[in-house]
Write a protein that binds this ligand. Sequence first.
Ligand code: ADP
Ligand code: MG
Length: 212
Amino acid sequence: MAVDSAKLIDIIKAIADKITENREYLTELDSAIGDADHGINMSKGFKVVVERISGMEGKDCGTILKTVGMALVSTVGGASGPLYGTAFMRAGQAVDGKNQLNFEDLILLMEAALEGIKYRGKAGRGEKTIVDALEPAVEALKLHREKGFEAALKEAVEAAKRGMEDTKNIMAKKGRASYLGERSLGHQDPGATSCYLMIETMALQLLGDKKA
Ligand code: ADP
Ligand code: MG
């Protein structure tokens, strides 16, 4: 696996497209247990992300990821802006100055993103948040790293998907959905869903034609 700045920009643009395509779906999920704005928040943020990273091919991967983070923090209203913003900023710091990323760098930046979200949101696994999709994915990447990046990435996508689906069976302990208590049961978490969509899109981009 080798990702240069131009490829990184392509991956981020693909993520932005995926989020925009799922704007209504994410908003619908948030209408059940939140305030019906997650898809709106995220697509607004990623529109600005695409504007800011366009033409950044000459910059290193860390700078590009930090630019994504800053764009999300400054444009996304709601809890998800500072959370995803911190994740991308931390990911950028983890690969600061690098013009090319390999599989080990990917693990490093994903770990840093997870740490950033946990630091900012103080959520652990099982609280019906972004962490429930991201943490299993990061764990799978590490657990399966010896199998090579393609196999490990596929495992990570599967783990994120299971984590996302499992949020239906848990009560929200953080964020707006926590006000609902037991009534949050039975609903899939919007943030875990947007996180899964991002991981799946990144994997498809990295795997090329080979299905994630
Ligand atoms: P808001 O809840 O402010 O309207 P969004 O609707 O954009 O913000 O995002 C809601 C999502 O944010 C939730 O589905 C959840 O996954 C995520 N979230 C909320 N609080 C936390 C937290 N403390 N840690 C991690 N993720 C969180
Ligand atoms: Mg919301």
